[in-house]
Write a protein that binds this ligand. Structure first.
Ligand code: BG6
Ligand code: MG
Length: 226
């Protein structure tokens, strides 16, 4: 058996939490007189909570004291968590379970590599926590994607060397982080936006078991040549 390491981003890959981030950021932005659109929300994908708030304040040309900044961060998360509290398995994105089941059956190591500080809460809500051999998230890293820290730590946590790892990501920063870590980068989403990925799928329903089987024996450079 070929042992690889499979690292999944969470938001936008396993579950569509972007819609909840949008509602919570919009409420916060509007409360301080800043407009917030879906287009702006797109630009916050993969971006940490603190950097997201900085961007929103920048868009609205608003400066806050440190106390107000921290209060708003806490309020946003409280509001976001009220949506997370209602999540269940039905929010696992289409095709994700089939991929996970293939990997579990083949006893492949599985890790999470996410910027979120709420990852364990979310994985528990959708009943996927038990399938992850390691969780590296916003609580365990000091440098945000596109820095490769999150994926290098995830690889180490599942005892895999980076070049044997495969990353599933929906953000540009995440794809760049995977590439910097010398891992196979699989983009989930838009072909044009994620063009730095080694290979791109619209969503997991496009990933066949033949493709997964092939991943077990292919290197990053071999995959790119295909
Ligand atoms: C990323 C999301 O996965 O996590 C971002 O794409 C989010 O939108 C970031 O800001 C941090 O998440 P959280 O749950 O710690 O606020
Ligand atoms: Mg993501």
């Amino acid at each position: 058996m070929n042992r690889k390491g499979f690292i999944f981003d969470l938001d936008g890959v396993i579950v569509d939490t972007a819609k909840y981030h949008f509602l919570a950021w919009k409420k916060l932005a509007n409360s301080i007189g800043i407009d917030f659109t879906e287009h702006q929300n797109e630009q916050l994908k993969g971006v940490s909570r603190i950097e997201s708030l900085k961007k929103i304040l920048n868009w609205g040309n608003v400066t806050l004291s440190e106390t107000d900044f921290n209060r708003l961060m806490a309020e946003k998360n409280e509001n976001y968590l009220s949506y997370i509290a209602k999540m269940d398995d039905s929010e696992i994105l289409p095709g994700v379970m089939k991929t996970l089941e293939f990997l579990i059956k083949d006893k492949q190591p599985i890790a999470l590599g996410s910027a979120s500080k709420n990852s364990i809460e979310i994985l528990n809500k959708v009943h996927l926590f038990k399938h992850f051999d390691a969780i590296i998230d916003g609580n365990s890293v000091t440098k945000a994607k596109p820095d490769p820290e999150v994926f290098l730590k995830a690889a180490a946590a599942i005892n895999c060397s980076p070049e044997t790892c495969i990353v599933f990501e929906d953000s540009v920063a995440g794809i760049q982080a995977a590439n910097k870590a010398n891992m196979i980068s699989i983009g989930i989403g838009n072909q044009t936006i994620l063009n730095e990925a080694d290979i791109i799928f619209k969503d997991f329903t496009e990933i066949s078991t033949d493709f997964l089987q092939n991943l077990l024996s292919v290197t990053k450079s071999e995959l790119k040549k295909k």
